[in-house]
Design a protein around this ligand. Structure first.
Ligand code: 6PG
Length: 253
């Protein structure tokens, strides 16, 4: 499903959707596992979730927060995805520390950090009974998309794109972004019950049209790897990012 919205409308619609899915999950399982996206786009969404009316829509003490990816920096670094979410939302909501499952991307051994995060995911979400190593199901997975078609830290031409076993890996990121990142992999992302792509800005219009309507080429456009097995994926897009989409798939909200 593709929803086109004004810039501010985009973040309110996304906040409503997070609360709807959160309420559903808490009704069914007593809790809500929510994977946060990094980058700049979700900042306004996180701010809104910490404000009324959204902050009173969910029992935030029963939300398990995870991150889809993290930069190899300490948690107080300006580039830290954890720091951005903490400052814009988690501190304001008073989320208990035991509900906050950040990636220890400040560790020297990033492969070890990735493995530890897999252990934590399994400890919190549990293992699928009798099915070794099948990824557990997050309730909601929030993703962004870069101007090169990457999502989480799944960048064009990188090894993690072909990962079929691991849930979380560390990898070098190609230029121009460069550096090291830890990212959840397609098998884990695609096991989620609900996936929301939040995409804004004219700079992403052409690549978005390629990802959604273009030829399938996930090594070039990694966001094309996101196809939930049984879950739902929603593209929440502002009008500026939608200008290259072919008319017939544009539904004005
Ligand atoms: C990150 C993200 C990444 C992000 C895109 C879009 O750590 O950077 O997880 O996948 O969603 O790069 O970033 P912007 O929202 O800043 O355009």
């Amino acid at each position: 499903m593709i929803r086109l919205l004004s810039e501010e409308g985009l973040f309110h619609a996304a906040a409503e959707e997070v609360c709807r899915i959160g309420q559903l999950s808490q009704q069914v399982t007593g809790r809500f596992s929510f994977v946060l996206s990094g980058g700049s786009t979700p900042r306004r969404l996180y701010e809104l979730l910490a404000e009324h009316p959204y902050r009173s829509e969910l029992d935030w003490t029963r939300v398990e927060f995870f991150w889809g990816d993290e930069r190899a920096v300490p948690p107080d670094h300006p580039d830290s995805n954890f720091r951005m979410a903490r400052e814009t939302m988690l501190d304001k909501l008073g989320v208990p520390p035991e509900r906050i499952h950040r990636i220890a991307a400040e560790m020297k051994d990033l492969d070890e950090a990735a493995r530890l995060y897999e252990v934590e995911i399994e400890a919190v979400l549990g293992r699928i009974a009798g099915v070794a190593k099948r990824p557990p199901h997050f309730n909601l997975f929030l993703l962004g998309m870069g101007e090169d078609g990457h999502t989480a830290s799944l960048f064009p031409g990188t090894e993690a794109l072909d990962e079929s076993e691991r849930w979380v890996v560390a990898q070098d990121v190609p230029a121009p972004i460069s550096g090291k990142r830890i990212t959840m992999t397609p098998p884990l992302i695609n096991a989620a019950h609900f996936i929301i792509f939040l995409v804004a800005g004219a700079k992403k219009a052409d690549v978005l049209a390629q990802v959604i309507q273009g030829t399938r080429d996930p090594h070039r456009y990694p966001a094309q790897l996101i196809h939930p097995l049984t879950g739902e994926v929603a593209w929440m897009i502002d009008r500026a990012a939608s200008t290259s989409l072919i008319q017939h798939q544009r539904k004005e909200a």
